[in-house]
Design a binder for this molecule. Sequence first.
Ligand code: RIB
Ligand code: CA
Length: 313
Amino acid sequence: MAPQRPIIIDCDPGQDDAVALLVALGSSELDIIGITAVAGNVPLKLTETNARKVCELANRTEIKVFAGHDAPLERPLVTAEDVHGRTGLDGPDLPEPTMKLQEAHATAFIINSLREHPARSVTLCPLGPLTNIAAAIEAAPDIISRIEEIVLMGGANFERGNVTPAAEFNIYVDPQAADIVFSSGVPITVMSLDVTHQALTTTERIAAFRSLGNPAGLATAEMMEFFARFDSEKYGTAGAPLHDPCVIAYLLQPDLFSGKMVNVEIETESELTMGMTVVDWWNVTNRPANAKFISTVDDDGYFNLLTERIGLL
Ligand code: RIB
Ligand code: CA
């Protein structure tokens, strides 16, 4: 078997985070050295609990789950219970987890993991606000040269914002953290709303998860049915964009996606455009390209991959 790719998934489950975790847990190409939780869709106590619920759903209780920051670096926390429900994982009725939460803070785990693994071997996969990642970089700048790549879900360009007219939720919640990450010089690949809005959870695709017949497939269908109601109504589309699994799918089958290197800056001053990813898509400035901004996905191939991997759990 080819060597596994070591990754850390930083997340704020959230149904789409949960599906991303399930796909990663069903993929032997990936060595999940840890899952770190951050406050975002719902408060930290719920996001770390939900991450452990998903590990138990996948029968992967050996996975280490860490709690991180319970609030953004500077701004007050903004959550999204209207989208994800009070628990953050509304839809299926998953039991309270019995697997233990790790005692170390997520930021310490991220720093230590990067120092202990060979340089440029660990990929960071943030699926929520970038607070934990930015805090690790601020506390230990030496890790910048040790991160293989950051593949994140966040931001928007042509799609505009989903939480304000200008900003996508993950970046909006902690724009200062996003600015630290995008200014760090670490190789970054961005799965923004521009690409996730091409990957809709249609009824046929939800039925395919349900027809897997395993607990993870059923729970995924139930999560998608709950999660889809909000965005389907908001956008008038046949299904909701399935954001976070794009990060994991990119690691597994990058040829499903396409994009280009561009400069991305983060708005951290104006309240009107706070958290906006200012993307120099047409290269009209001389600002250096600092991110691979993904703009297309083979959506059928994407959902086939997700269904295949969740079927292995
Ligand atoms: O804007 C979509 C992103 O915000 C997703 O990661 C979703 O889980 C929420 O965190
Ligand atoms: Ca998320």
